[in-house]
Design a protein around this ligand. Structure first.
Ligand code: ADP
Length: 432
C-alpha cells in the first residue's frame, strides 16, 4: 500500500488536476485561461494553508494542529508528531532532573553548584540553612560575595582544592564548617559544606582531657619516683626487695617519659598557629643535636654529621628541635651498637632537607604508613625495651605539619631506615 503522505500520491493528484483543467479548457475552448485560473486557485489555497500553519505555530494555544487537506495534512500531522516526541523527551528530562534534585536535597551536606566564574547556579536546602543563601534571589550571585571570609576567598583563588577548608559559618560565628570544592564538567565547581562544630568540640575536649590528665599525673609520678629512690638506698644491695624496686623504678620512669611526651604532643597540637616570623638558627641547633646524639650513642655507634652552614628555618624552635631529636633518638634506639647513623641538613631543589639514616632493624613496608599514628609500634616488645611510648613520630608529624612539611620514611627490614623531611623554600632563610 502507498503511504497516504507519499510523494507519488501527491504527484498523482497533481496529474489528475492538470488533466481536469485541460479537459475543461478544451470544453470552453481556452486551455491557457483555465490553466492560469486553476493555478491561481491552487496558489491561493496553498497560501491559505501556510497562513493557517503559521497562525497555529505562533498564535494558537491549542496543541492539536488545524485540520489539513491534501499535501498539507501530512505536514500538519508530521509537525504534531514531532512536537509530541519533544514534549515526551522534555517530560523525561524534567523527571530525571527532579529525581537528581531530590537526591541532592537528601544529601547530609550543603551542596552548591558554581560556574567557572564562581557564580551560584543551584544550591540545596541545607546550603540555604547553614550558608544562609536565599533562593532563588541568590541565583547567579558570586559565592565570595555571600561567604565573605578572607580564607574562603584565598582558597577560591588558590585553585588547589585537595585539602578542605575550615571556616565559621556566615550564619553564626559559633558554627564551624568544613568546605570542600570539587571541579567537574566544563570548569564547573561543586561546593560541599559540612557542619563540624560538634566534631571540633569533641576533638578539643579530647585534647584538653589528654593534656589535663598528663599534667595531673606528673606530680604523683615524681613523688613515687622519689620514694622509690629512697627505698632503694635504704635496702641492702643483696636484699630480695632490690629486684622489684628496680622494676618499679623502670616502669615509673617509663610512665614519666610517656607523660612528658603526651604533654609535648598536646602542646604542639594546641599551637597550630605557629608564628613563622621567628628564625631558627639551624647551625646552633644542629650543634646541640650533635652533642645530644653523642651522649645517647655513648661511643657505641659511628655517627656522621653534615650541616650546610647558614641554612635557617622560619618557624618555632622548640617544635623543630623536637622533630629532629625524636628522629635521632629513634635511629639510635632501633640500631644495634656498632651501627652507623648519618644526620644531614642541606639544601635541595624544593627547600632544605633534614635526614637521619641508620643501619638498624629497619621496618617492614606494611607498617610504614602507620608509624605516625599515636601509640603505634611495630614491635611492642622491642619498643618497651628501648623505652618507647609510640608517641615520638606523632610528635614529629604534628611539628612538621606546622612547618608545611611532611615526614618521609624509606626503610628495608634488617638493613636500616632513612627518616627525612623537606622544609619548603618559602620557610628557608639563607644567611650567605
Ligand atoms: P617509640 O616511642 O615506640 O619509638 P615512635 O613513634 O618514635 O615510638 O616510633 C614508632 C615506631 O616506629 C617504633 O615503635 C618503631 O617500631 C618504629 N621506628 C621508629 N624509628 C625507627 C627506626 N629508626 N628504625 C626502625 N624502626 C623505627
Amino acid at each position: 500500500m502507498l503511504n497516504s503522505y507519499s510523494g507519488f500520491r501527491l504527484l498523482f493528484r497533481l496529474g489528475v488536476m492538470v488533466l481536469l483543467l485541460l479537459l475543461l479548457g478544451w470544453i470552453v475552448d481556452n486551455i491557457l485561461l483555465t490553466i492560469f485560473l486553476g493555478s491561481a486557485v491552487l496558489l491561493f489555497w496553498h497560501y491559505r494553508q501556510l497562513s493557517r500553519l503559521s497562525h497555529w505555530l505562533w498564535k494558537d494555544k491549542k496543541l492539536t494542529p488545524p485540520q489539513g487537506r491534501g499535501s498539507w495534512e501530512g505536514i500538519f500531522n508530521g509537525i504534531y508528531r514531532l512536537q509530541g516526541k519533544n514534549r515526551r523527551r522534555v517530560g523525561q528530562l524534567a523527571s530525571l532532573l527532579g529525581r537528581f534534585r531530590q537526591g541532592a536535597e537528601a544529601l547530609p551536606d550543603a551542596a552548591v553548584v558554581l560556574d567557572s566564574e564562581h557564580n551560584i547556579l543551584w544550591c540545596n536546602k541545607l546550603a540555604q540553612l547553614i550558608l544562609g543563601f536565599v533562593w532563588p534571589q541568590d541565583n547567579g550571585q558570586r559565592i565570595d560575595n555571600l561567604i565573605r571570609h578572607p580564607d574562603f576567598s584565598a582558597y577560591l583563588r588558590k585553585h588547589n582544592f585537595s585539602e578542605p577548608l575550615e571556616i565559621p559559618s556566615p550564619v553564626s560565628e559559633r558554627r564551624l564548617l568544613e568546605i570542600r570544592l570539587m571541579p567537574y564538567g566544563d570548569r564547573q565547581l561543586l561546593l560541599m559544606a559540612r557542619d563540624i562544630t560538634r566534631i571540633h568540640q569533641l576533638e578539643s575536649m579530647r585534647k584538653d582531657f589528654v593534656a589535663n590528665v598528663s599534667h595531673e599525673l606528673k606530680t604523683p609520678l615524681t613523688v613515687l619516683q622519689g620514694y622509690l629512690e629512697i627505698m632503694q638506698t635504704m635496702e641492702d644491695d643483696n636484699s630480695p626487695n632490690q629486684k622489684p624496686l628496680n622494676m618499679m623504678q623502670q616502669q615509673t620512669s617509663r610512665m614519666q617519659s610517656m607523660v612528658e611526651q603526651l604533654l609535648a604532643l598536646s602542646r604542639i597540637e594546641a599551637g597550630a598557629n605557629v608564628d613563622l616570623s621567628h628564625t631558627v638558627n639551624m647551625d646552633i641547633m644542629f650543634n646541640q643535636l650533635k652533642v645530644e646524639a653523642q651522649a645517647l650513642a655513648a661511643e657505641q655507634y659511628e655517627l656522621v654529621f653534615f650541616c650546610e652552614p647558614g641554612l635557617n628555618i622560619h618557624g618555632q624552635e622548640q617544635q623543630v628541635r623536637s622533630a629532629c631529636s625524636n628522629l635521632i633518638s629513634n635511629a639510635i634506639r632501633y640500631t644495634s651498637p656498632g651501627g652507623k647513623i648519618s644526620i644531614t641538613w642541606k639544601s635541595v631543589a624544593s627547600g632544605a632537607k633534614f635526614s637521619v639514616t641508620d643501619t638498624g632493624v629497619g621496618i617492614a613496608p606494611q607498617h610504614i604508613n602507620r608509624l605516625t599514628e599515636r601509640f603505634y609500634r611495630v614491635d611492642n616488645a622491642r619498643s618497651s625495651k628501648t623505652g618507647g611510648s609510640g608517641l615520638g613520630l606523632a610528635i614529629v608529624k604534628h611539628a612538621l605539619s606546622h612547618h608545611h612539611s611532611e615526614l618521609t620514611v624509606l626503610s628495608e627490614l634488617g638493613k636500616g631506615s632513612t627518616f627525612s623531611f623537606i622544609v619548603p623554600t618559602h620557610l628557608i632563610d639563607r644567611k650567605n
